[in-house]
Design a protein around this ligand. Structure first.
Ligand SMILES: Cc1cc2nc3c(=O)[nH]c(=O)nc-3n(C[C@H](O)[C@H](O)[C@H](O)COP(=O)(O)OP(=O)(O)OC[C@H]3O[C@@H](n4cnc5c(N)ncnc54)[C@H](O)[C@@H]3O)c2cc1C
Length: 502
């Protein structure tokens, strides 16, 4: 991985100012997208990106476990404005290289300040600005920044503290326990019997990456997950690539084709879930053979797309299982033992290394303490305007992407709507915008941020009580539906009375 480039573009000395028209928090894929939109479409506004790590990339910098890769294709996970030239599913180093090029080509490096961790933000109505308390992790100084507008690109989970459930007996286990989010770079597992707890995208990446490189690896899951095995190649891209046409055209055509196919799959998952389920199971059977117990290990209880369906490139997870380099066990943990894990069925799995691929801790808005004129903001008490801004909270937008489609598609749509909003503010001479419920919305039925029957992975359900609410009508919906929002967002009014300007 070309980490040298990760810190190279920053020339923090180029900035002495601590006030910016816009502050972007986070230099992951969304923060870089925000910086691109600000520089390209709002060049008269000063801005800066504050990032707590020592480089950009967010998720793709934090996670360094074996095989770390995307589970959606990079034609749609990449930006609309920067062609993707590789295989659809990409490794973290490939994604970081793409982001490096994006930053360099767009001249965004000078706008990012690394090792700046924001821990508090206070809005003053009198001054019409946010004041931020920021730790400079390099020098230990506490800095104050001010800004007219906060564009929050902090992602959705705690980058420092992953989620590990407490199981009985963990303290007596004599082997090593590692969470993928905190992967030790010097871990030599070549002689180890390895047990991975979990069956999400992370487990499905680690198991094939380590199979054959350790003694044996076992994936222990409480319940099965859907996987979508497919070749890591896009036939349309392969066809277009040799033609004498710009990369940007190929990118856009392939992107649109993938989106069309995904729309069809999501629609079918809702309308004929049994049909889609059968197709996914048939694909698994093709790799695993008729004798494999697919019913027990790969037939989930939920319908497809109620949780993200992870693509497994070239079916590598299944190949490892078929070749006997890896195994899968579907059971529940009773207790950890000295040597491994005792299951509820009575079986004991022995292991030298246990990897807890048990997910994330959701973190609302980067763990920053917000207040408006001295009053603490509890985002659970707010209703979101298009899932972007919050009632009663001035000049603050957050980027929360899609789970079923690529996250970045929403980052792009949000950027477009914010650019329109800024231009509208310029045209009416406003400096403050605050979402507010209209008289007709006052008794509106409030719903959870994401409803369990829509999308229900554990990390969301555990923390839903911390999240803002959505309403039952526009502009208060948060549908997690790209195909709806790609039409709704460009048409969304930024000048009606759901937004109060001053
Ligand atoms: C292993 C893994 C694989 C994934 N694969 C996919 C995929 O294939 N497709 C997909 O669509 N999604 C995927 N996701 C979801 C993924 O997190 C997002 O798609 C995307 O990378 C999020 O980008 P982001 O920039 O919004 O947030 P993040 O990548 O989370 O970056 C947020 C940045 O903000 C910084 N930050 C946070 N709080 C503060 C603060 N208080 N002060 C300063 N800086 C702060 C963080 O340090 C971080 O660098 C995956 C997630 C994980 C964990």
């Amino acid at each position: 991985m070309d980490t040298a480039v990760a810190s190279e573009p920053t020339r923090t000395g180029a900035h002495s100012s601590k006030h910016f028209d816009v502050l972007v928090i986070g230099a992951g894929i969304s923060g870089i997208d925000a910086a691109y939109h600000l520089k390209t479409y709002l060049p008269q506004r000063s801005f800066c990106v504050l990032e707590s790590k020592d480089g950009f990339g967010g998720t793709w910098k934090t996670h360094t476990y074996p095989g770390i890769r995307s589970d959606s294709d990079l034609y749609t996970f990449g930006y609309s404005w920067k062609p993707w030239l590789g295989a659809p599913i990409a490794t973290a180093p490939e994604i970081l290289r793409y982001l490096t090029e994006s930053i360099q080509e767009q001249g965004l490096g000078d706008y990012i300040r690394y090792r700046h961790k924001v821990h508090a933000a206070s809005w003053s109505s009198a001054e019409q600005r946010w004041q931020l308390l920021v730790d400079n992790l390099e020098t230990g100084e506490q800095l104050t920044f001010t800004t007219g507008f906060l564009w929050m690109c902090q992602g959705y989970y705690d980058h420092d503290n992953p989620y590990t459930p407490e199981w009985p007996g963990m303290d007596r286990y004599q082997g090593r326990i590692v969470h993928p989010q905190l992967w030790p770079q010097d871990l030599d597992y070549s002689d180890m019997e390895v047990l991975v707890i979990g069956s999400g995208a992370t487990a499905a990446t680690i198991v094939p990456a380590m199979a054959g490189k350790c003694k044996h690896i076992t994936m222990l899951q409480r319940s099965p997950t859907y996987f979508f095995p497919r070749p890591n190649i896009d036939e349309l891209a392969e066809m277009l690539r040799p033609l004498d046409i710009p990369d940007a055209w190929t990118h856009e055509i392939v992107r649109q084709k993938i989106l069309k196919d995904q729309e069809e799959l999501v629609r079918r998952s809702a309308e004929e879930p049994e049909g889609v389920k059968e197709e996914l199971l048939a694909a698994a059977r093709e790799f695993l053979g008729e004798d494999f117990d697919i019913d027990r290990h790969f037939t989930p209880r939920y319908r497809p797309w109620q949780q993200r369906v992870a693509v497994i490139p070239d079916g590598d997870l299944f190949t490892g299982l078929r070749e006997g380099l890896a195994s899968v066990v579907t059971d529940e943990i009773d207790t950890f033992t000295e040597k491994g894990i005792l299951l509820k069925s009575g079986e004991e799995l022995e292991a030298d290394l246990i990897i807890t691929a048990t997910g994330f801790k959701l973190l609302v808005l980067g763990g920053i303490a917000f207040d408006v004129d001295g009053k603490t903001v509890d985002f659970a008490d707010t209703v979101t305007w298009h899932g972007i801004m919050f009632t009663g909270v001035p000049n603050l937008a957050w980027v929360f992407g899609y789970f079923r489609a690529s996250w970045t598609l929403r980052a792009d749509l949000i950027a477009d709507i914010l650019v329109r909003m800024f231009r509208h503010m310029d045209s009416i001479g406003a400096s403050v915008v605050t979402p507010q419920l209209r008289p007709e919305d006052k008794d509106m039925h409030l719903r959870p941020w994401i409803e369990a029957d829509n999308f229900n992975p554990g990390y969301l359900q555990r923390s839903m009580h911390l999240m803002p609410h959505q309403g039952d009508r526009e502009p208060w919906l948060f549908t997690q539906d790209y195909w709806y929002e790609k039409e709704a967002f460009p048409a969304a009014a930024v000048d009606d009375d759901s937004l109060h300007y001053s």
